[in-house]
Every structure is written in structure tokens, then in C-alpha cells.
Design a protein. Structure first.
Length: 311
């Protein structure tokens, strides 16, 4: 592991920063980001864009996975990377693990057949893995005349958007971004006992969590094997996941009157606690790039794994 970008990357970033200054300023204004974001771009986002671009090989799509919980900055980072690559004449596309959730009807049937907790979207087992595989394959195999529909999920109705309304990517893809809260997750080991109130009270026999682990060991392993590079936006701890999500819900309630109460949110977050704790424990040692976040959401440290190289 190293904690600095290679010198050619930092040199290129400094040069590109000057050329992209108008685009960067517009990006900050459009996304209503604080002035401090400019420093974040210079230290981490722009070098990352160049570092990833250097891994791309002509004629082959580089598939990049981004793992990070809510509030970690996945959406902003994804948008910025695509902005930079467009200026570098690299074609990019992306979609989220959230976009391939099973439909509401499919999750209802899964909950009836396996366990009631599977009605709640989010955990492995509640996604259409084959749809994700097919979408990645179609985007990687695209030609100049290709039109590839990209799945989309509408959380406001808790259901997948009609296929007729999916966005369409036209042409080839040089770099494909696939992001999500548990992208790249692996099964956990030797942790069968319940770890929170949800598991103790609603999954005492372990059917739900064992089903999730089996999914990670099976279909999701094949899906995540499509990644050439894995980036982790590492939150400080599980407490931060709850705190950051509470902040989002408080803002939502203030703005619209909707959203979950603190008690409802605490139960909701417990659905994801087991996998999140496992990610925090084991993924940093194997991810190609780790951005370690502080409690203020800011990146505090970079870790590069030089032992891994994209094929």
C-alpha cells in the first residue's frame, strides 16, 4: 500500500487542472458544492480520474466499481469523473447497484417464499443480478452504432422504471462506472450470531442473513468479478452511517414533511449493518484505491494497493 499518487499522475493532474478550470468552476456551481471542494478535486478527484484513465486500454472497456455508503460522495465523484473523461476524449457510462433492484412484485414474492425481511430493498438478494451482468456485457461489447438501455429504479415508488423510459447509452464505452453501497462485497465468515436488534427479533433463526450470505458467495460473486478496478469510499465506522443518514432524513422532513423517524431509521440501517461492518474490516486490504473519510465527510487519506493491476 502507498499513500501518494504516482508522480506522473500528479504532474498530469496539475496540467489538466489549469485547462479544465472553467469546467471545474461550473461543476462546483451546478452541484452547489462548498469552496473547499476545489481542494478535494486537486488532491483526490482529478488524480483519480487520470489514474483510472491510464488503466484503460484501447479497444477494451475498463469496468470500475465504486463501493461507498450513503453520504460518502459516490454520486458527486461519479459525475466529476465523467466530466473529466469527456474532456480527455474518453467515453464513459455508469449505473448503480440501486438501478437493478428487483421490482416491488418480485421482492414481495421473494419475501413470501424466503423471508419477510427481503421485501425491503437494499441487501444482496434484492437485486436482479442477471440484469446487472447483461447491462455490463452490453456496454462493454458496444459498437459505434449500439444503443444500450441502462436500468433505472424509482425509489419514490419503490419500483423499477418502465423499460421504455430507461436512459440509453449510444456507442462504445471506454470506462464503465458501477457504484453502490456494497459493490465488491464478499461473504462474511464465522459470524452467525445476531449482531443487532433487527437480527435478534426478526431473524432469530438466521434464514434472512444466511440467504444474503449465500447470494454474496454465488450470483454477486460473479457480478463483482466483472470489475477491473475497485475503489472504496471508506466511512469511519458504523455510527457514521447512521448519523449521516439521520442528517439526510432530517433535511428531508424539514423540506417535505416526509421521511423516516429516528426509530424507523435505526431499524432500517440495521438491515445493512452486518455487511457494512464486514466491508470496513476486510475491503481496505484488497481494494485498488481507498479514500478514507473523516466524520465531516471529507477525504482524510489515500491508500493505493500497488499489488493489483487491472488486466
Amino acid at each position: 500500500m502507498t499513500d501518494t499518487w504516482p508522480k506522473p499522475v500528479t504532474d498530469s493532474a496539475a496540467e489538466l487542472s489549469a485547462r479544465l478550470r472553467p469546467h471545474i468552476d461550473q461543476f462546483i456551481r451546478t452541484h452547489q458544492l462548498p469552496d473547499t471542494f476545489d481542494q478535494l478535486i486537486g488532491q483526490y478527484y482529478l488524480p483519480l480520474a487520470i489514474w483510472l484513465a491510464e488503466k484503460h486500454r484501447q479497444g477494451r472497456t475498463l469496468v470500475v466499481g465504486i463501493c461507498g455508503g450513503q453520504g460518502s460522495g459516490k454520486s458527486t465523484l461519479t459525475a466529476f469523473l465523467q466530466l473529466v473523461w469527456a474532456q480527455m476524449d474518453l467515453r464513459s457510462a455508469g449505473f448503480s447497484l440501486d438501478d437493478i433492484y428487483l421490482t416491488k412484485a418480485e421482492r414481495r414474492e421473494l419475501a413470501r417464499r424466503v423471508h419477510p425481511l427481503l421485501q425491503t430493498r437494499g441487501v444482496p438478494g434484492t437485486h436482479d443480478v442477471q440484469l446487472g451482468m447483461d447491462t455490463i456485457t452490453a456496454l462493454c461489447d458496444g459498437t459505434a452504432g449500439s444503443e444500450t438501455p441502462i436500468p433505472q429504479f424509482d425509489k419514490s415508488i419503490d419500483d423499477r422504471v418502465s423499460r421504455a423510459n430507461w436512459p440509453v447509452h449510444r456507442g462504445t464505452v471506454d470506462i464503465l462506472l458501477f457504484e453502490g453501497w456494497c459493490v465488491g462485497a464478499r461473504p462474511w465468515r464465522d459470524a452467525d450470531a445476531p449482531i443487532n436488534a433487527l437480527e435478534r427479533q426478526e431473524d432469530a433463526d438466521g434464514i434472512w442473513r444466511n440467504y444474503i450470505n449465500a447470494q454474496l458467495a454465488g450470483p454477486y460473486r460473479d457480478l463483482f468479478a466483472r470489475l477491473d478496478v475497485l475503489l472504496m469510499l471508506k466511512v469511519p465506522d458504523m455510527d457514521c452511517v447512521l448519523e449521516w443518514r439521520q442528517l439526510q432524513e432530517h433535511k428531508l422532513r424539514a423540506r417535505s414533511g416526509g421521511g423516516m423517524t429516528d426509530d424507523e431509521l435505526e431499524r432500517f440501517v440495521q438491515h445493512y449493518e452486518r455487511i457494512t461492518r464486514n466491508l470496513l474490516a476486510e475491503m481496505p486490504a484488497r481494494a485498488d484505491c481507498v479514500f478514507e473519510l473523516g466524520r465531516d465527510h471529507q477525504i482524510e487519506r489515500l491508500r493505493l494497493n500497488d499489488a493489483r493491476r487491472a488486466p
